[in-house]
Design a protein around this ligand. Sequence first.
Ligand code: GLY
Length: 529
Amino acid sequence: MVKTGGMVASAEPLASQVGVDILRRGGNAVDAAVAVGFALAVTYPQAGNLGGGGFLMWRRCSGQTAAIDYREMAPSAAFRDVYAGKADEGGPTVGWRASGTPGTVAGLALAHKKYGSGKLSFAELIEPARALAAEGFTSPASLTRSLTSYIALLSRYEASKAIFVGIAEGQKFRQPELAATLARIQKHGPREFYEGETARCIASAMRPHGWINERDLRGYEVKERQVVTGRYRGHGIISMPPPSSGGAVLIEILNILAGFELGRRGWESPLRWHLMVEAMKRAFADRAEYFGDPDFVRVPVAKLTEPAYAAHWREGMDLRHATPSSAIRAGQASDEPLHTTHFSILDRDGNAVSNTYTLNGPYGSGVTIPGTGILMNNEMDDFAANPGQPNRYGLIQGENNAVRARKRPLSSMTPTFVTAPEGALKLIIGSPGGPTIINTVLQVILNVVDHQMPIAEAIAAPRVHHQWLPDEIGVEKHLPESVKIGLERLGHVFGKPRTLGDAQGILIAPDGTVSGASDPRGSGTTISG
Ligand code: GLY
């Protein structure tokens, strides 16, 4: 039994408070997740959304699990070479044709219907978000800073400019059109987004650009997937399967590392970091080759997550030298900023949600649908949109992730649960950060399992990232000098320093004591119920 009235860890304090209020009103973790998901669409427009998609993992206190895939779907106008030769407007990262058909409203509705407590209606769970949009909230420094950084993108589209440009720190930020959209969904239910006035607004704004139409919206489907599972030093790992690569790649890396005594080597041992980076490279090479939407291509998840498969990778690892990525495969670079957001929720009964959702880049495509306040995603860039070329994350992706109508782009989102050897829930964890998500979640898990760190320390500790290509380690400024020097001696090369992730985690000790932490890299807050 957990010793808590519940806990919410999210990237934005008002949204965390909304979740805790729902728990106090008797809602369960899923009810709180729905309310937090809608609230972040108002208070954290960088990544919170109605116009994007994501993945929600649910674990009942009894151990039953569910994985809800509400990833965007490519519109019917999409095809393999739709972006050939197209950059900027018309391409997969900016503007009207960068968006997939959004899944967030349908995904949160399904989660509520199947796994909610039944005590609070869908409309009641949307109400805090509607009120925040209608009455406004005081823009924090972090939001004003972020909006200012993306002023060029947001100023390109009239409706985005009118809503998001010129919001000063401390100013009341009201979004009346978004409030009206939320009120329509409250009144008519989630299908309103896909078949009602909201759908008509989206389709009519998209029509001149030949993109998302009424049929795409009506045909959007949420999918329940089979969770992907693994084991690491006796602990259970439960995570998101394709179309996210996150869970399977995480488990593949953990399986490779399970063959080494990382804990015994000590956290600062350069050899520990070397092994971790070498394991990342190999699993990310598999990511590029094999992963895509399982409704369109066969992804050998069972094989890739087998301990015996990891043993084959371990055999080729040199403990004294970095293996060049070219000896595994080839690629290119990018240092674009990354955005997505994660929240972790535990209720007083021990039910849990681990949810990551996104517009892809900060503020997605930059397009707000006129009259609705809905910012649209640029998730089409998560496809191999220009086959053979790196996407905004520098990821080269294979034919399995080529664009097709109604296909879901490959993701790295990794909402995850870790269970203790005796089976009780131990950790709820996830992060934003494109491909760095997988390695952020990995390193928090290693810090907790191998190094017994408290959750705040496990999340704050410096991290590294390697994604096979480009062949360089993404490294944070506060990584100890001794680790950097040790890695250099082993032949590793560093990219320029960067921030990796914004993890939100909740840890349950064997005696049921609960602690949580929001990443000091971001401006989130963890609140107890
Ligand atoms: N849009 C980032 C991801 O899904 O991995």
